[in-house]
Design a binder for this molecule. Structure first.
Ligand SMILES: CC(C)(COP(=O)(O)OP(=O)(O)OC[C@H]1O[C@@H](n2cnc3c(N)ncnc32)[C@H](O)[C@@H]1OP(=O)(O)O)[C@@H](O)C(=O)NCCC(=O)NCCS
Length: 162
């Protein structure tokens, strides 16, 4: 069993994250965007390390939204990915659970939400396994026209299996 460390990303690792993002997902961002998230939400941008190898990452940011006439903080999962050879070992779940916990404890987020392609069974399976539910469908959300499920869970997460 490999030992995987989950911890906040460090500046020299941003290139690893950008590369992993490009090979695993069609949704990519300019390097400056990764730097901004790292400096604004350092506790919510995590990497999974196997020795010096970056095998996964998760990026979340905090957004304000109105709920029952009060402003609340919500954690938005911008991107999460695990290297192909390291999947199905619980790393995605650990990344998400740890970042969600930090968003709750450090930034006061009361819920976490994300968009996911309706065809992305692996990711939908992961989110469901952690207590996320489908709240909405955003028609044509992605640049190729695919719809997105909007999935959401309360914080702290109801099921934190790590
Ligand atoms: C989605 C992703 C991050 C999951 O990472 P992972 O480390 O393999 O996930 P985990 O091992 O933590 O899986 C946790 C649970 O998710 C579900 N799951 C994960 N992969 C699955 C698959 N291929 N099929 C069905 N369910 C799956 C299972 O419930 C699993 O629990 P179990 O192994 O105890 O049955 C990974 O597949 C990935 O990087 N995909 C490409 C990038 C991507 O699609 N990101 C999401 C964008 S919204």
């Amino acid at each position: 069993m490999l030992s995987i460390e989950i911890r906040p990303v460090e500046l020299p690792e941003l290139d690893d994250v950008i590369r992993l993002n490009r090979v695993t997902l069609p949704e990519n961002y300019p390097p400056q965007f990764f730097q901004e998230i790292m400096s604004q939400y350092p506790k919510a941008f995590l990497v999974a390390k196997s020795g010096s190898f970056t095998v996964g990452y998760v990026m979340m940011r905090i957004e304000k939204s109105l709920s029952l006439l009060r402003w609340v903080n919500r954690a938005h999962v911008i991107s999460v990915a695990v290297h192909k050879s390291f999947r199905r070992q619980g790393i995605g779940r650990r990344l998400l659970a740890t970042a969600a916990e930090r968003c709750n404890e450090e930034y006061g987020a009361v819920e976490v939400y994300l968009e996911v392609r309706v065809s992305n069974n692996e990711a939908v399976g992961l989110y469901r396994s952690m207590g996320f539910v489908i709240k909405d469908v955003n028609q044509g959300y992605y640049s190729d026209g695919e719809d997105a499920y909007v999935m959401q869970a309360p914080l702290p997460l109801p099921m934190v299996r790590r």
